[in-house]
Design a protein around this ligand. Structure first.
Ligand SMILES: *Cc1c(COP(=O)(O)O)cnc(C)c1O
Length: 372
């Protein structure tokens, strides 16, 4: 066994944890208040501070991103068919099934990994009510074109913005596009609250409806307006979020350095292509996808296995496609010939480890293994 195999494996991502002693005062406050959940003081403060940090008008915190997605579809009373992407985390489509909606998969653009607007337009039927798009790896979707299509056909637009924390597009928050945007604060994301999520919405009335829906539909002590769910974020999660927020800009800067070192080292390797950073938006460096092409001596899966054998845990993210999973592959739109670019990307993509505490030594190791 080599040294590498005996060491703790390098994960694809690792949460950024601020010094523990900085969290203790928050816990003391919770113990003092004895207010553990239901829109407590830390919850209110986090909603306010996130609006400021992200540059959005209204935000409603959730216990996780998936319940936020499910609730967002309910808040807009979406029915029938929803056009969406197969190239995402499975929760995107699951949120549709949880609402008895029919997913209609369309292909992505091979340069952006995001839904191709021409494919969206071609998939519209009289049953279509909404577009559920993903800003994949934090890269902005074609938001203007998608809005034009939505306006033309009277559709709602929901963005799964789980990867898009802190992304500005053409000078303002990407999260202000579409009718609603959903964030995830899961432990693996750039900004985390252990588990957590949020819906970003444009007006106070919509926020109120969302706030009712995440609290069983309660409008006041005795009035229940809808069959809502329990999607509330706790004070513990919110307190951790407030502490994270103080460190998140520095954490993203550290990720940027990892991203830059990979770019410098990997760009010349034949058969490896690096998706460029977006030109009209910033990045939060949440993922580092590479594409393993024919000209590389190993297949994508062989490279994945090689890295793994040396204690480096990359991820085939996103593979398999959502449309290949058993509960989706029966849909007409899930056929591989309807989704050629998605199929091709899913075969070639590999996400490399990127996180704040990745050491230069470990990163050099990963780079050398890919160099071969
Ligand atoms: C993480 C993620 C989700 C789910 O968020 P949770 O907070 O884990 O429920 C949804 N969509 C995408 C694209 C994600 O990456």
């Amino acid at each position: 066994m080599t040294d590498n195999a005996q060491r703790k494996p390098i994960p694809v991502t690792q949460p950024f944890l601020p010094p523990l002693d900085e969290f203790i005062p928050y816990l003391e406050q919770i113990w003092e208040n004895k207010w553990l959940t239901n829109n407590g003081p830390f919850h209110q403060q986090l909603e306010k501070e996130l609006c400021q940090y992200l540059g959005v008008e209204h935000i409603s915190l959730f216990t996780n991103g998936t319940i936020a997605l499910v609730t967002a579809l309910q808040a807009l009373r979406i029915g029938g068919e929803v056009i969406t992407t197969p190239y995402s985390f499975v929760a995107t489509s699951h949120a549709l099934l949880w609402n008895n909606l029919r997913p209609v998969f369309v292909d992505v653009d091979p340069d952006s990994f995001n839904m191709d607007p021409a494919c969206i337009e071609a998939a519209i039927t009289p049953q279509t009510t909404a577009i559920l798009a993903v800003h994949c790896y934090g890269k902005p979707c074609a938001v203007e074109e998608i809005q034009r299509i939505a306006d033309t056909y009277g559709l709602r637009v929901i963005y799964d913005a789980a990867h898009a924390f802190g992304i500005d597009y053409k000078g303002s928050s990407l999260l202000n596009h579409g009718d609603l945007s959903i964030l995830s604060f899961h432990a693996t994301k750039v900004f985390n609250t252990f588990e957590g999520g949020a819906i970003v919405c444009p007006d106070a009335k919509t926020k109120q409806r969302i706030d009712y829906l995440k609290n069983f539909g309660f409008a006041d002590e005795i009035t229940v307006t809808s069959p809502g769910i329990n999607g509330k974020m706790s004070e513990f999660q919110a307190a951790f979020g407030l502490l994270q927020l103080k460190h998140v800009a520095a954490a993203i800067t550290a990720r940027q350095q990892v991203d830059q070192r990979y770019r410098d080292a990997l760009q010349e390797i034949p058969g490896i292509s690096l998706p460029p950073l977006p030109d009209q938006a910033n990045s939060n460096y949440s993922y580092f996808p590479i594409l393993v092409n024919e000209a590389y001596p190993l297949s994508r899966d062989a490279l994945y296995d090689k890295l793994r054998a040396h204690g480096v845990l990359s991820r085939r993210y996103f593979y398999p496609l959502i449309s290949d999973m058993p509960m989706y592959r029966g849909y007409q739109s899930a056929r591989p010939d309807n989704l050629p670019y998605s199929v091709s990307l899913a075969k070639r993509v590999l996400c490399l480890p990127i996180f704040t505490d990745l050491t230069d030594k470990d990163q050099n190791n990963i780079i050398e293994l890919i160099r071969g």
